[in-house]
Design a protein around this ligand. Structure first.
Ligand code: GLN
Length: 306
């Protein structure tokens, strides 16, 4: 299939998304996210050949939140691609991302790496592997974006740490079942900081290109094996938007990873990544405008996997 004209596609997406900008509700369970202007919107596409096309506020940094979970998983797989699968499964839970119930039922083994308990276990493993989980994620993002200034928003990290009772409960429940390697508060400190990294649509699209390049980083070195890159894309498709993953597969037809900061990353293996950001999210924590934008993108560019 010939490559679409991505510049035109981005412009058409910007028109198609207009009615959805400002829709949804900012995720005020994290107090600092509740202060973000809901009427912002950005969109960017990065291709494996190095083109980057942006629309709207594509250069405005926003909080990465759960999209960081993809980078944490890739880093853990880059160290030892087997160990983590004894600690977390690869099955969609069909429950909200912060539900305690599936973790209790499965005796402390989270359903997948993208619900919060699974991500906390992945960060715990990365902390054991590297001694600095947050630092490893930030270093990867800095290298892949080429932005050495990329940093955590200290206010959001503090906001998450002081109100993240649910995440604390999940981590302690996992610990009770023997599924935490480090002191719980230490792992959570890294988890809250990784979620509070500020990044723009253009940067995030660039940073995730290794997933479109079957595991290969911007400098040509390999982060993870082809098999693991395929596996991560499969988990992103089936679990990346939680209990809306079926709906995303239907509407967008691409692996999508969302965060409650309003960003959604989509991967088109072999071709490109696309990132949309609108701060208003629905009751499942997925941005309303970003979902509409990615649906339009896949349709206009003819890129649904199905
Ligand atoms: N930091 C958020 C939390 O722990 C991440 C959730 C999300 O983006 N879905 O609740």
């Amino acid at each position: 299939m010939p490559a679409p004209n991505y510049r035109d596609v981005v412009d058409h997406v910007m028109t198609a998304v207009r009615p959805y900008i400002g829709e949804g509700k900012v995720a005020d369970y994290i107090p600092s996210l509740g202060e973000v202007d809901p009427n912002q919107f950005g969109f960017a596409v990065a291709t494996v050949d190095g083109e980057v096309h942006g629309g709207g506020e594509s250069k405005t940094p926003f909080t990465i939140e759960s999209i960081s979970k993809l980078f944490a998983l890739a880093l853990v797989l880059s160290h030892d691609d087997r160990a983590i699968w004894r600690r977390v499964r690869r099955e969609p839970t069909g429950d909200p991302f912060n539900s305690l119930i599936p973790l209790q039922i499965s005796k402390g083994i989270p359903g997948n790496p993208f619900v919060n308990p699974g991500a906390i276990v992945v960060t715990d493993q990365l902390l054991r592997d590297t001694g600095d989980a947050y630092g490893a994620i930030r270093a990867l993002l800095r290298a892949e974006t080429g932005n050495p200034q990329l940093h955590v928003d200290a206010v959001t990290a503090h906001s998450e740490a002081t109100t993240g009772h649910r995440d604390r409960a999940l981590a302690y429940l996992a610990a009770d079942f023997g599924n935490m390697l480090n002191p719980v508060d230490e792992t959570l400190d890294h988890y809250f900081r990784q979620c509070s990294i500020m990044i723009s649509c253009e940067e995030l699209a660039r940073a995730a290109l290794f997933q479109a390049r079957h595991g290969v980083r911007a400098d040509g070195s390999r982060l993870i094996s082809e098999e693991d890159a395929r596996g991560v894309n499969a988990i992103v498709l089936t679990c990346g938007t939680y209990n809306a993953a079926g709906e995303f597969a239907y509407r967008v037809g691409l692996p999508c990873k969302s965060g409650v900061g309003g960003g959604i990353l989509a991967v088109v293996p072999g071709r490109c990544t696309a990132v949309a950001w609108g701060p208003g999210v629905d009751d499942k924590g997925n941005s309303v405008a970003a979902a509409a934008a990615l649906e339009a993108f896949a349709k206009l560019a003819g890129l649904s996997l199905f």
